[in-house]
Design a protein around this ligand. Sequence first.
Ligand SMILES: Cc1cc2nc3c(=O)[nH]c(=O)nc-3n(C[C@H](O)[C@H](O)[C@H](O)COP(=O)(O)OP(=O)(O)OC[C@H]3O[C@@H](n4cnc5c(N)ncnc54)[C@H](O)[C@@H]3O)c2cc1C
Length: 317
Amino acid sequence: MTVIEHIDQAKETLVSFEVLPPLKGKSINSIYDHLDPLMEFKPSWINVTYHRSESMFKKKADGTFEKVEVRKRPGTVGICAAIMNHYKIDAVPHFICGGFTKRETEDALIDLNFLDVDNVLVLRGDAAKNESSFEPEPGGHTYAIDLLKQVVNLNNGVYMDEDIRNGGKTKFCIGVAGYPEKHFEAPNLEIDLRMLKEKVDAGACYIMTQMFFDNQKFYDFVAACRKIDINVPIIPGLKPITSKKQLSVLPRIFHVDIPTDLSVEIMKCKSDEDVEKVGTEWLLQQSRELKQFGVPVLHYYTLGKPKIIWNVVKELV
Ligand SMILES: Cc1cc2nc3c(=O)[nH]c(=O)nc-3n(C[C@H](O)[C@H](O)[C@H](O)COP(=O)(O)OP(=O)(O)OC[C@H]3O[C@@H](n4cnc5c(N)ncnc54)[C@H](O)[C@@H]3O)c2cc1C
């Protein structure tokens, strides 16, 4: 089923979870161990992130260095198929522009279609670790909207190879990212929202947001979207704070603010265990209020902390 079908058929707020592919060499069982306890909450789908390769310098036997491309977390498409097969639920692969040519993307989308994956969340991806700003792959896409248009083309049976006539039509339900606190590269929120509207007008069926810790920012974002006729479902992305370090790491990496009340409580904590308690309570409160606000889905970034998410969702059902 597509994300939109899930939302349309829902009688109450749905839940969904996001997992990262295991590090290369690790077993798929680490995903199952992570998800098994969360299955009790009957998530509507599981998102699986996509990770670009990174350039690394490896020392050779003669003492010189060789530049190699390493993908530390491969396997998004395979993991989606495995999750669908193992749990009999839907999986939503993330697809990114960075590090992929359009032809590679087309082939991966064909794989997804063969595997009966109905959904894809299209994203630009961040800059490679060794680059200061995002550089598209030669023959790749610059913005998420370009990737989105490629998926829309496939949904219309239009393939890159012009010789393909009457190509099979895919039926991907396409989601895109939105940023209640603005994408960090956008000159301002209004311009960022215009870019978001372009993605929706080009065929995105729903928006999934960046994490946020102040629900008011989400409510304002939803209101601003509705004001410019972005009328698709907006799914809040939620994450618990679990360590003191995150007070500076999350704003630096994800460009989100941490509210004063929460920051003060975390600063008072003596251990990360205490932080987890504060983070869990905050996330629970956020979830309760968002549910009351009427969000269609509560989407949790589990990021190696399934127990915390379990503790939160348990209180909601
Ligand atoms: C829910 C969610 C899931 C994510 N999952 C992953 C993942 O699995 N893997 C991963 O690598 N990253 C992931 N990311 C991170 C994401 O790739 C980065 O935030 C990235 O910097 C932007 O991606 P985007 O799809 O929002 O880009 P875009 O929509 O392309 O926007 C990027 C910037 O360009 C601007 N812009 C957009 N279109 C245009 C245009 N036509 N002209 C000029 N400016 C434009 C926007 O305002 C914005 O500032 C995720 C983010 C979110 C919110």
